[in-house]
Design a protein around this ligand. Structure first.
Ligand code: KG4
Ligand code: ZN
Length: 344
């Protein structure tokens, strides 16, 4: 089943053509440079950039499939689009385009939750069908991105149960804010990773690990951010030691993620993990997660290719394939609307 998938949930304009688990083409037009100077995503700029780029990105997705697998809007089987969660004005652009094309070419429409995309990103294959990963339900999934930090039990296809989430900032958001306080620009995660590595990923300052005492599986990173802010205020000349601060902050966030994940493994008895979302681009976090899972004789899957860690439409197309098998198409195209706070 060939699907055109579109995701405009935040600051990447993305389209992909998928066939089952396989990605035939994937195009991501990042807006990072547009938002960089504002230190974060500006909704009005995101909306305009999506509108300006969406046609190009969709056309490019078809062009990249190439002549061998001749593919056009006429001969695909369905169109998939991210309905939420995300930035309302950004989601709107992708949904409008998907509806327009579905009506014009008389295609079925599949609405996908962006977070299920992140979960399925561990099973996305290249055009050759690699890697081959069988589903071994249930999984304990942890999505760690700029907007979300959530534990989900992935029970079977398209069946999820949220068992913990952040009460305020997401882990990626916390990293971004700390980097901003250090004057390191946006997005902060990759810069902190590089600086932390230079000083051996050590924890020099022992910033607080929020919520570790509580038995639930929720996160809260705003207290850590506040304590970091006051530390910088009280110690203004510490900024010369930016690498030590970056490393200590990153360790505080990762230590919290690891300890909560350990709690989640113990509470659910599931040692079969999926860790996905933008923050797992981080090699330090991957190593810590691998070590943790080894301790419980489990397995951990990460997004199968690096481009699948951040936002992309390939993962949306793969989810849509499973939804199509369950006949989960949009019933009334005219009524399809964005759901900015859509929970799994
Ligand atoms: O999944 P994603 O691309 O977008 C959302 O859906 O939010 O995640 C973006 C987040 C940002 O907070 C960014 O700083 C973080 O992922 N990130 C990283 C790294 N690369 C991106 N965090 C830590 N280390 C990285 N290498
Ligand atoms: Zn995302």
């Amino acid at each position: 089943m060939k699907i055109l998938a579109i995701d405009t949930s935040c600051d990447e304009t993305a389209a992909a053509i998928t066939d089952g688990h396989r990605v035939l083409s994937n195009v991501i037009y990042s807006q990072v440079l547009l938002h960089k100077k504002w230190g974060g995503v500006v909704p009005s700029i995101a909306k305009r950039a999506h509108e300006e780029r969406i046609d190009f990105v969709v056309n490019e997705a078809f062009r990249k499939v190439g002549n061998k697998n001749f593919c056009s809007l006429q001969n695909i089987d369905a169109i998939a689009v991210t309905q939420g969660p995300g930035l309302a004005v950004a989601l709107e652009v992708g949904i409008k385009k998907a509806k327009e094309l579905a009506i014009k070419y008389q295609k079925k429409l599949i609405a996908v939750n962006h977070l299920e995309g992140h979960i399925y990103s561990a099973f996305v294959q290249n055009s050759q069908g690699n890697p081959k990963r069988d589903f071994k339900f249930p999984y304990l999934a942890l999505i760690i991105s700029g907007g979300h930090t959530e534990f989900v039990i992935f029970k079977s296809h398209i069946k999820y149960e949220i068992i913990g989430q952040t009460l305020d900032d997401a882990a990626g958001e916390a990293l971004d804010k700390a980097a901003k306080l250090l004057g390191l620009g946006y997005p902060g995660g990759p810069v902190l990773e590089r600086l932390a590595k230079e000083v051996g990923n050590e924890d020099f300052h022992h910033f607080p690990r929020p919520m570790l005492k509580s038995n639930d599986l929720n996160f809260s990173f705003s207290g850590l951010k506040t304590s970091f802010y006051y530390f910088l205020k009280k110690n203004p000349n510490q900024t010369s030691e930016v690498r030590l601060l970056a490393s200590s902050f990153q360790e505080a966030v990762f230590d919290t993620l690891i300890k909560k994940t350990e709690k989640a493994i113990k509470q659910t008895g599931i040692n079969n993990l999926i860790i996905s979302g933008g923050v797992v681009a981080n090699m330090r976090l991957k190593k810590l997660m691998r070590d943790l899972v080894k301790k419980y004789q489990g397995e951990v899957l990460f997004p199968s290719y690096k481009y699948l860690t951040g936002d992309n439409a390939a993962m949306i197309g793969v989810v849509a394939g499973f939804k199509a098998e369950k006949d989960l198409f949009v019933k009334n195209i005219d009524e399809l609307d964005r759901i900015p706070r859509w929970s799994l």
